[in-house]
Every structure is written in C-alpha cells, then in structure tokens.
Design a protein around this ligand. Sequence first.
Ligand SMILES: Cc1cc2nc3c(=O)[nH]c(=O)nc-3n(C[C@H](O)[C@H](O)[C@H](O)COP(=O)(O)OP(=O)(O)OC[C@H]3O[C@@H](n4cnc5c(N)ncnc54)[C@H](O)[C@@H]3O)c2cc1C
Length: 389
Amino acid sequence: MSMPNPLPAKASIIIVGAGIQGLSLAFNLAELGVRDILVLDAGYWQGGASGRNGTLIRGAFSSPEWTRFFAHSCELWQGLSRRLGENVMYSRRGYTMVGERSATAGLLDRTLAVHKECGIHSHLLTPGRLREVLPALAHERVSAALHLPDSGVAPHHAAMHAYRRACEARGVSIHYRTCVTAIDQSAGRVSGVRVGDQRIASDTLVLAGGAQSNALAQMAGVPLDGYPMRLEAMALEPTRPLIGPAVALLDRLCYMHQTARGEVVGGAEVAERPQHTLNADVPVMAATARAYVEMFPQLGHARILRQWAGLVHISKDFGPLLGAHHALPGLFVSAGWCYGHAGAPAAGELLAKAIVSGQVDERMRPFAVDRFELNRPVVEPGIVLSHFE
Ligand SMILES: Cc1cc2nc3c(=O)[nH]c(=O)nc-3n(C[C@H](O)[C@H](O)[C@H](O)COP(=O)(O)OP(=O)(O)OC[C@H]3O[C@@H](n4cnc5c(N)ncnc54)[C@H](O)[C@@H]3O)c2cc1C
C-alpha cells in the first residue's frame, strides 16, 4: 500500500480548498514563478461544488462589473486548453438568456446596452432568429431573448483534471482528505495552519473553501459576509439534439444545456426551499421538470436519469469575494462563488497577480471582500438565483 505524501513543515503559500478556485489560483501562482505552493482539501477529489455543477460558462451578465469580469474569464476559457496543456473541452456553443415577462424583456434591453458599453459581443434575437437558434422552445411564451455567441460549456471533470495536472506538472503539492482545523497568527498576521496536531508555517494563506468559507473565516477570527447555499441539478435521459446553446430561463431561475451524449442537464431554483443537505428534493426536481416541459415541450416524454446537489458559498449581493482580507495581513479570500466554474480562469489569474504584485486589477476591484462594510454592494439583476438566507 502506498503511503500518502507527508505534509511539509512550511509553504510559501497555502491554499485551503482544491476546488476549481483553489486549483486555478495555484496554477496561476505557479505560472508567476511562486514555488512551494501547498493546496489542502478536507474532502475527496472533485467532492465540492466544482464536481457537481451545471458546467455552463456565461460570459456576460446585466451589470458592468459582472460583465467585465466574466467576459474576461470566458475569453480565458477559450484559450485554456492551450494554456494548461490539457483539454478542458470548452464548447463555444453560445448562451441564450430567455425572458418571458415583459419586465424581463426590459431587463434584456438594458443588458444589451451594458454589453455595448463593455464592448461585449451579444445581440437580441428576433423571433425568426430565435426559431433558428432554439427551434424546440415554446416560442409563444417568450417576450425577448439575448444571445451571447462566445459563451458555452466545459465539463467540470475535464476542467478539474486539466487544472490538477497542470498544477502537479509545475510542482504544486495537492493533498486531499486533509482538513485544516486551525489558522495560526503571529505579530498580527497569518503565520500558518494546523491540520490536527501538525503545524504548517506560511505567511500567506488563501481561503478557497467554497461552502465552508464562513467556518474558515471564523478560524482566522475575521468577518466574512456570506452563507452556504444548496443548488440542485438533474440530467434527463438522452434525446436527439434539441437544444443547441446553453440556456438561462431568467423568469424561472433555471439554466440548462444538452450534453454531447444528448442528456439535458440543468436546474431550477425554488426560493422557499433553503436547505443545506445533499439529499434529493422532490419539489426542486418538480420545478426543474416543469420549467423544462413548459419551455421545451418535446422533453415531456424524457425520464429523469439522475439528480444531485452541491453546496456553494453566497455573498450578500451574490458576487464573488475576491482579494486580500482587510482584517488580517497575509490572508486572501476566493469565496462567494455561485458562478465559480465560469469565473475560475479570471479569478485565478487576477488573484494570483494581486498576491504576487499587490496590484488589484480593475475587473476584480468591485468584488473586494470589505465592500459590504463600505456599503458598496454590486447589484446584478441578471442571475438565475433567488435570494434567501
Ligand atoms: C448544482 C450546481 C450547479 C452549478 N452550476 C454552475 C454552472 O453552470 N456554472 C458555474 O459557473 N457555476 C455553477 N455552479 C457553481 C460552481 O460549481 C461553484 O461556484 C464552484 O465550483 C466553486 O468552486 P470552489 O473551488 O470555490 O468551491 P468547491 O469546489 O466547493 O471547493 C471548496 C473546497 O474546499 C474544501 N474545504 C472546505 N473547508 C476546508 C477545510 N477546513 N480544510 C480543507 N479543505 C476545506 C472542500 O473540501 C472543497 O473541496 C453550480 C453549483 C452547483 C452545486
């Protein structure tokens, strides 16, 4: 039986969490020349939200802040296989935001104006063009649709494997089943972490713990705005190709796409059902099934093949919490990710630069960890998530 690699006594940077955020950051730090990077994960490989998501990559939203950040990430996705030297299977199939209510059509008009201002390639689809892009849609229910041609999907297993291999090839040390149980400080700054009895010294620590981010912040004795939220998805049995682009049904808090195997994968949210377990939930499955069948009636015959849930960390304004933590020198955060698969390439790149050079990129600045204390939330009206706490 092979023995697990022993933990080192010290590291230049410790990242807590080996989900896609932790791995993207580790890769980007290694690319900037940082050595002795240690990534610790309490769970198993792909056990967090990064192995459970819908795999959609949306490159623009309705606010300039989200749009600038996620457009950059989407651009990075398109060259990511080359950069990592591994295939992330990015499929640029487009992403259509569908509105049913007239108020949502108004939102999509305003969204288009934001995209123009940000130099993003998107367009409203005429009814005729929408029929070509999404022929199986219940067109009589649609008031407006906005299409993002550069967005798409990338299977999470491909992206996670690619990041992990690229990290390991650059000497990053990644340990699973290794739970950080305490965070050490000395002289008013981070000095390391504890894994049970073992102490690992480091003056730079990044919390990328997904749903556990608040618990980790508590260990460090610093505040963090946010809470864990459960998201659920399901896959239908394969059907012939019906849905070309990725789709967000904005009025139903629902997203979906059809995989190469023909399965329709996605989820709808039920606002009144906040939960923190990974169990199947019949009302959530029913809401998803209703959204699918009402908007794509030809899916009515397809059975549910499988269901799963995952936990993400949600900030007060749903936006990422990215950057240095103002209350403790040496501490950095990558949390608050509800679109953390899409956002990982940009988050890793921009946070790595901030850690190494101290410079905060303009696309990252709005998502500063202390923005709620400073009363500077970022309002994003175009996400498919509901607000409950
Ligand atoms: C059903 C569902 C659908 C989704 N769909 C999409 C989508 O289509 N597009 C999109 O962009 N995003 C989507 N998301 C969100 C996306 O999956 C997450 O935002 C992203 O995976 C977050 O990555 P992460 O690395 O921050 O967190 P995670 O992948 O959860 O990783 C955090 C890691 O931290 C570890 N950890 C926690 N505490 C400790 C500790 N004390 N010590 C050591 N390790 C610790 C955990 O074990 C975990 O592995 C979806 C999520 C779900 C659940």
